[in-house]
Write a new protein. Sequence first.
Length: 295
Amino acid sequence: MLRNLLRVLVFYGVVSLILAAAAFAEDRPANPAIQEEVWAIPITQPTIAYVVRPAGNGPFPLVVMNHGVSLNQRERSFFPIVEFRDAAMWFARRGYMVVAPSGSGYGAAALDEPERGLYSSFYSKIGSCDNPNFHDAGLAVALLDKWIIDYMADQKLIVPDNVIVVGQSAGGWAAIALSSRNVPGVRGIIVFAGGRGGRVGGKPNNNCAPDKLVAATGEFGRTARVPSLWIYIENDTFFGPALSRRMHQAYTEAGGNAEYHLLPPFGNDGHFLIDSADAIPLWSPLVSQFLDSRH
């Protein structure tokens, strides 16, 4: 127990220094009305999260932001605690408390349990491409989101009936999965390049069982009643336009409520649109309109 606690404290300290350095290095001055922190959230699955929020005690409307996944141990060791920093700051400046949980087996934990334990059993793996389990992989992260929402509500930190869940890539897939559960208080779902099983073997547009992914999307759509906004990009090499359109069609034909937008090419790979500050002017009008409609 002590060893694990020390790991958390060391990780907290390292990430705090990273955040401080990033804030110092920004070209623009820090907004004094916004504060950034790293929290250890004591939920059923203890979770480290990047938190950015307006200054003060709240309560605030909540945004939960889910990151993608990586099968590479080294990549998991240094991402994704600040992956969404610019996007998270954008939401915080609109008055939201943003919680971006780090998946089990990411950060310092990736070096300790690279291919087993919490990472493999809880967060990410879909199994063999011959018979991938997209459905349960999405619901596993959706469950983590629900625990976070419940914890924040119990602590009186948020407006409990004003929650938005955002996700990119596998995190977007988790947001789609969460929509099927119609969690009380969740007013909207925002998906950036959502999906699973993209770029198999590192090859662009080489998807793991795309027909099964589309079928699983339809399964989630059958029970989903939460309005959602889906944003995909033309030059996404993980989930290209043809596949994302099929997913949206399966979801809405099954009964899901999703607004689909395909943005023009961005950078070398549009899959990582949300990671870039330069992309905010491209997606923020769509997101602003969606958020306003949820109020």
